[in-house]
Design a protein around this ligand. Structure first.
Ligand SMILES: [Zn+2]
Length: 391
């Protein structure tokens, strides 16, 4: 894919859609901390909450606004007059006015028709503008909307004065090739900003977000760790690295401290992160297999797909069932213990036994204990090995 220097703006919704995960509630203190940490990464936009939920939510949004972050602040609102009124006097920049756009939801959720959707946009967008807010229109369930109607809607948003149109794959049912086409159609139809809001029900939120960017989206919604309803949203860390590394987009976000932010969101949400979660999981830069470790010790590029330095991390080598002698010698070398090849052969068996019992890599103290056992255990087996190898 040809490199593109076009800029993509990240609109992170950890504080709104992330918190919408079942059972997740952030305290005000946690919200403020997460917002400050995201701002420190250089995230340009933060979606902060849903004002119509009540005064406590509105107070937390005001508190976020009082931080005077560099990030621009958005709120989410249904396209209802009363909900919109709750967005006044919060110190925020923009409102995402959301309305269902698929016939399924228009008919069976709203009990209305397509004309109602268009007329709501024409009425509510100017109202929000009069309140001094910029407007993004959120097209809920856009994935199932009639294509021609969706284009008509986007056009109505532009005519009504909206600055942005958000394609919400509310159910997480898009796939990247279709997404690319959808976004291309929108891009050629309207001149306003286009945003992608992806969910991960089929494991495609990142792929769909990248496809949307390729198709002409200017903004991408993300959440830290992919936190969000059901299977979650497009993970911030994956989207940023994907946009930059795979397609050469300019994102202007530094992920050096993303691990810290990731752990902060993990704690605040109570959602444990998989050790194998791409880019931020504990084990994703950890290497055990003998062939890989040997290859990396010769030249790390042999097995490095993503530079861990991008996310402020380093490669980590551990020993385990798949370690070879070289990696074991290297691991003990880091502990200041120089192993003879025969000692390594004996220790490999011991390490494998231990891993089979504990189902994890041995730590430094355990490796030292095994070495100590090798040197001092006078069992017949050890004596035979020591004798055979004249240790
Ligand atoms: Zn969502």
């Amino acid at each position: 894919m040809a490199a593109s220097k076009r800029k993509i703006i990240i609109d992170d919704t950890t504080l709104r859609d992330g918190e919408q995960s079942a059972g997740v509630v952030f305290s005000l203190e946690e919200k403020l901390k997460i917002a400050q940490e995201l701002d420190a990464l250089g995230i340009p936009e933060l979606e902060t909450g849903i004002p119509s939920m009540g005064e406590a939510e509105r107070e937390s949004i005001r508190a976020l606004a009082s931080l005077k972050l560099d990030a621009r602040l958005l709120v989410w609102s249904r396209m209802h007059e009363s909900d919109l009124k709750a967005c006044s006097d919060l110190g925020i920049d923009m409102v995402d006015l959301s309305i269902p756009v698929s016939d399924q939801q228009i008919t069976y959720k709203l009990g209305k028709d397509r004309r109602h959707v268009i007329s709501s946009i024409m009425r509510l967008v100017p109202m929000a503008l009069d309140m001094g807010l910029e407007v993004c229109v959120g097209a809920e369930d856009a994935s199932r909307a009639d294509q021609t109607f969706l284009l008509k809607l986007a056009d109505a948003c532009q005519k009504a004065g909206a600055k942005r149109f958000r394609f919400a794959d509310t159910l997480g049912i898009m796939e990247p090739f279709g997404m690319l086409e959808q976004m291309r159609c929108l891009r050629t139809s309207v001149d306003i900003d286009l945003e992608m809001h992806a969910h991960d029900d089929l494991g495609l939120a990142t792929a769909n977000s990248l496809a949307a960017a390729l198709g002409g989206a200017t903004h991408i919604n993300t959440t830290v760790n992919g936190l969000g309803e059901r299977a979650g949203n497009a993970p911030l860390e994956e989207v940023v690295v994907g946009l930059e590394q795979l397609y050469g987009f300019s994102v202007d976000v530094s992920l050096k401290q993303i691990t810290k932010v990731s752990r902060c969101v993990e704690r605040a949400s109570g959602r444990r992160l998989s050790r194998q979660k791409s880019l931020v999981g504990k084990d994703v830069f950890t290497h055990e297999a003998g062939i890989h470790v040997d290859g990396m010790l010769k030249d790390k590029r042999n097995y490095q797909g993503v530079d861990p330095g991008l996310v402020g991390r380093q490669h980590r080598f551990v020993v385990g069932k798949h370690s070879g002698r070289k990696s074991l010698i290297e691991a003990y070398g880091r502990l200041g213990i120089i192993l003879e090849p025969e000692q390594a052969t004996w220790l490999i068996e011991k390490v494998r036994d231990k891993v089979a019992r504990t189902k994890r890599s041995p730590g430094k103290a355990e490796l030292k204990a095994l070495y100590h056992e090798l040197c001092h255990d006078k069992s017949p087996v050890i004596r035979r090995i020591l004798h055979e190898h004249a240790l």
